[in-house]
Design a protein around this ligand. Structure first.
Ligand code: D41
Length: 749
């Protein structure tokens, strides 16, 4: 069974039996290795069995098991849950905070779908339960797996615990063969109060709020403890499916109810923003008497075919939004203002407060944003809080909305101590002493020390190992601090993480005096690091911690360039152009000022264009291509290119890349797509769908959509009014299609 070719001729029954045996052996091996600290298999044998398992699964995909070793992306550590990859990503929800946010949501959807303001469009509206989301996998009606959301792609396996929850059926009838049900685990107010009473009588930990209690109860290693906790579950969505549930959201939810799930009784259909807002008001009125915490209302497009057309952007569906309830407030004393230095050098003032309960959570720190905010001004110099500044000793209002960091919102001057002094914002970095500089037009003062500044270096490393970035098990913020300051085995740059094991010739990592870690945790750490040597491109880009390059921009860049080599080449080529861009911005500012002084109209375009004269055309093209990526503005592009040009930064990036095997940004799994991997450009007017939908559809079929035509372009889709881009395509000999030609090409794909 060592030879993958032996799969030819393997019967289905034998394959199923072999997968069962492999699952048992490999899961056992994981246990031995990570938990029991007594490996029974050699690494080579383990790898061989894992490959065999993957080969059999590839030949018989329908036989893949719910507990397949391929999905065990991180082995169960002795002190945690095993990880499972969600068959379909668990998305998150975009937020709106007021009525305008909801009318904009509706307008955005209509625009995307090309619907006029009067075309009928229905939504569901339901309370947003304040619990934690869970995905339940049913195969042939049997509950086979329950996983927490985790980072959306990978969650924790809490199957044994989920089985103890009364609202979660272990068997359902009439459902598709494969069904992933998604919903929220929560605790009622009454059950929460009773639990806390029991806990305090037993002298054990009490919980701050029902949400924490639910999370703490679900994440118990001993399922009998979870069983003793009064958890509940509302179903509100689904993931992977072997057959459709219904044609509308509401009907699909009703089917989940028919399978035996609890669904929220306050779910209604609405004909547009007016009805949605009316239902929001109704739910808000009932909030206090519901008996469980909710933090807003969720709206979803009802028609599932439209949901499908709308799709999602990065991690949030375009067809749903959460309308959050207003934040909660409390007053307390400001005891001190501390300055924290972030990974991009930003000096952030943090309020240290006399602890106060805001909406069930004790708050002792809050953000003060920046120096203008403390002084009572916004970024344009206008007054905020009627110009009241904030001083140490003041009585301040703390504001908390959902999970976001609490902020100091207001100050009560009548309670200001007589000796309170205006706050003086530091002009040097409190961590490294370098000048802290505030650029024109930037609200933030930044440490100029770069990687010399320990705070910046540490924060960059923490970002590097965080969720969404490298997410290395056993290497969190605390361990990073420790390793950063370690003289014998220092980790000062991301590359140092990957050379840790090789450098650790004296087995320092295992010494018990390091945070109590012993042999096992050292080995687990090295295994976790090794596992991350192979990473998807988007994660690497995000992990670099470049200013303005968040997860969404990183994903956009990865999709556009496809490989690290292509990205690095383009960014290097674009180098000289970024400098011109900054010059052009400065030239424009000068021209505007001069025009005001001379009492004439500013001539922006010629002034800006002049700056680009004589630039290497390749640099110009690379810059146009980069800034033409949808979602990548000039700000992101400048930040990206300049960070690659800074010597210390670049050395750190190159050293890291040398340690990694970076996985190309895989085109989405699309079989039979005629445009997978192709670079396409839309230009001119499209008549059958909006530009946004065309782009999303092309990307879903594995194409890269670019904003500018170059030799790398495969197809230009030119509608009426197409101009220079179509001409350029002709010059370069790039294939040009009209909209119908494009639709015919992708038809049925
Ligand atoms: O009640 C909720 N907390 C709730 C959460 C809900 N009623 N519906 C939701 N729908 C979704 C999508 C549209 C992405 C399926 C959600 C969530 N998501 C959600 N909760 C936490 C992250 C995402």
């Amino acid at each position: 069974m060592t030879d993958a070719r032996a799969i030819e001729g393997l019967s289905e029954a034998d394959a199923a039996a072999e997968l069962a045996a492999l699952a048992e052996t490999l899961l056992r091996a994981n246990q031995d290795y990570h938990a029991e600290d007594a490996p029974q298999l050699s690494d080579a044998e383990y790898d061989r069995l894992k490959q065999r398992n993957a080969a059999v699964e590839a030949a018989f995909p329908h036989l893949k098991r719910a507990d397949s070793p391929s999905d065990q992306v991180g082995a169960a550590p002795s002190d945690g849950f095993s990880k499972v990859a969600h068959a379909q990503r668990m998305l998150s929800l975009g937020n709106a905070f007021d009525a305008a946010g909801i009318t904009e949501f509706d307008a955005r959807i209509r625009k995307y779908l090309g619907l006029g303001p009067d075309a009928p469009l229905r939504y569901t509206a339901e309370p947003k339960i304040d619990g934690l989301s869970l995905s339940l996998r049913y195969e042939n009606g049997a509950l086979v797996q329950a996983a927490t959301r985790g980072d959306g792609a990978v969650g924790e396996n809490v199957t044994a615990n989920a089985r103890t929850i009364g609202d979660i059926p272990t068997r359902i009838t009439g459902a598709p063969e494969l069904l992933e049900v998604r919903g929220e685990v929560y605790m009622s107010h009454a059950d929460f109060a009773a639990l806390n009473t029991r806990q305090s009588e037993a002298g054990t930990k009490t919980f701050a709020n029902p949400r924490n209690a639910a999370a703490g109860s679900l994440r118990q290693l001993d399922p009998s403890i979870t069983r003793s906790r009064p958890l509940r579950f509302f179903a509100y969505a689904w993931g992977a499916l072997s057959g459709p549930l219904a044609e509308t959201q509401k009907a699909a939810i009703d089917r989940l109810a028919a399978f035996g799930f609890q669904t929220n009784p306050l779910t209604v259909l609405c004909d547009g923003p007016d009805e949605m807002l009316a239902h929001y008001a109704t739910i808000e009125q009932q909030r206090a008497s519901l008996g469980y915490d909710i933090d807003g209302v969720v709206y979803k497009v009802d028609d599932l075919a439209l949901q499908h057309r709308l799709g999602f952007r990065s991690t949030t569906p375009r067809w749903a939004i959460a309308h959050k309830f207003p934040a909660e407030l409390a007053w307390t004393r400001l005891e001190a203002i501390d300055i924290q230095v972030g990974r991009t050098g930003a000096l952030s003032p943090v309020a240290r407060l006399t602890p106060v309960t805001v909406g069930g959570v004790v708050v002792s720190n809050a953000t003060l944003h920046n120096e203008d905010y403390i002084a009572g001004r916004d970024s344009t110099g206008r007054e905020i809080r009627d110009g009241k500044d904030i001083r140490v000793g003041d009585w301040v209002q703390v504001y908390r909305a959902g999970d976001v960091i609490p902020k100091v919102a207001d100050v009560d001057l009548s309670k200001r101590p007589a000796n309170a002094e205006p706050y003086v914002f530091p002009e040097t970095c409190p961590e490294c002493g370098s000048d802290a500089i505030r650029e024109e037009g930037d609200a933030v003062r930044r440490c100029s020390g770069g990687l010399i500044c320990p705070a910046q270096a540490v924060e960059k490393l923490k970002h590097f190992v965080s969720r969404g970035a490298f997410d290395i098990e056993g290497l969190g913020a605390k361990q990073i601090e420790m390793f950063y300051h370690d003289d014998q085995l220092p980790v000062r740059t991301p590359a140092d993480i990957f050379s840790l094991e090789a450098r650790d010739v004296r087995n320092l990592t295992k010494l018990a005096n390091r945070d109590g870690s012993g042999e096992t945790s050292a080995r687990n750490l090295f295994a976790a690091i090794k596992e991350r040597r192979s990473v998807p491109l988007g994660r690497v880009i995000f992990a670099l911690g470049i200013r303005h390059v968040g997860e969404v921009a990183a994903a956009d860049l990865a999709r556009h360039y496809g490989s690290w080599a292509a990205l690095a080449e383009a960014v290097d080529l674009a180098g000289p152009a970024a400098e011109r861009q900054l010059q052009a911005d400065r030239a424009e500012a000068r021209e505007r000022q001069a025009a005001v002084q001379e009492g004439r109209r500013a001539r922006i375009k010629p002034v800006r264009d002049a700056v680009w004269d004589g630039l290497d055309p390749a640099a110009h093209a690379a810059w146009a291509d980069l800034t033409g990526i949808d979602g990548i503005g000039v700000t992101v592009a400048v930040a990206l290119v300049t960070s690659f040009q800074q010597a210390a930064e670049r050395a750190s990036i190159d050293a890291l890349v040398a340690e990694l095997s970076i996985k190309d940004a895989a085109a989405p799994e699309v079989t039979g797509s005629p445009v997978a991997g192709k670079t396409v450009v839309f230009t001119g007017t499209l008549e059958k769908m909006t530009r946004a939908e065309a782009k999303a559809r092309a990307e879903a079929l594995g194409a890269r959509v670019s904003g500018s035509v170059s030799a790398k372009t495969d197809i230009v889709i030119a509608g009426p009014g197409a101009g220079s881009k179509a001409r350029k395509a002709t010059d370069l000999g790039v294939e040009i299609l009209d909209e119908d030609g494009w639709l015919a090409l992708i038809d049925g794909a």
